[in-house]
Design a protein around this ligand. Structure first.
Ligand code: HEC
Length: 151
């Protein structure tokens, strides 16, 4: 009875505005504060904030990882990160790693030819498996690794 039908929507609108204002304030003030630990300033508990706001998952596209980041990679890890995309399953007609029947005629061409195909590409096989950031030596070590699987 005492309720004024016009007051209720009005005051709930007020509450809404206050809520929005507080939320904006939280974003504008607290967010930059939480970022302060980054620039070398003493991090006082900021790490936990960074942990909470970090992405849930990171996507790495095969063949696009920077190879130079941690020095030369060995053949096995290059195979696993780049070459296995096709050579693991035989996609696009790639000779499957470890498949002797598929590799025997290729081995007969000699290592030099295999290296050249891996470096420069051959039909559906992209140069360096598409990972152009790999050095020649890294690509060759991946070839050596695959050759080792069928020996
Ligand atoms: C996008 C798919 C794909 C990726 C990635 C890929 N290959 Fe290949 N690879 C192929 C295909 C398809 C062939 C067969 C080409 C042909 O003979 O027509 C092949 C063939 C080869 C051959 C045999 C070439 C020859 O002369 O017979 C070698 C060696 C080789 N790949 C090495 C590698 C290495 C090393 C990597 C990783 C750095 C790699 N490949 C990544 C698809 C791929």
């Amino acid at each position: 009875m005492s309720e004024n039908p016009q007051e209720t929507p009005h005051s709930s609108q007020k509450i809404l505005y206050v809520t929005i204002a507080v939320a904006l304030l939280a974003i504008v003030v607290i967010w930059p504060l939480s970022m302060r630990g980054k620039g070398g300033a003493p991090a006082t508990g900021d790490d936990s904030v960074e942990l909470r706001i970090q992405p849930v998952a990171r996507v790495t596209i095969k063949g696009e990882e920077p190879a130079a980041a941690s020095g030369p990679k060995d053949g096995e890890s290059i195979y696993k990160s780049v070459c296995s995309a096709c050579h693991g399953s035989g996609a696009l007609g790639a000779p499957k790693a470890g498949d002797k029947a598929a590799w025997t005629p290729r081995l007969a061409q000699g290592k030099t030819v295999l290296y050249a195909s891996a470096l420069n590409g051959k039909n559906s096989m992209p140069a360096k498996g598409g990972a152009t950031s790999l050095s020649d030596a890294e690509v060759k070590s991946a070839v050596d690794y695959m050759i080792g699987l069928v020996k």
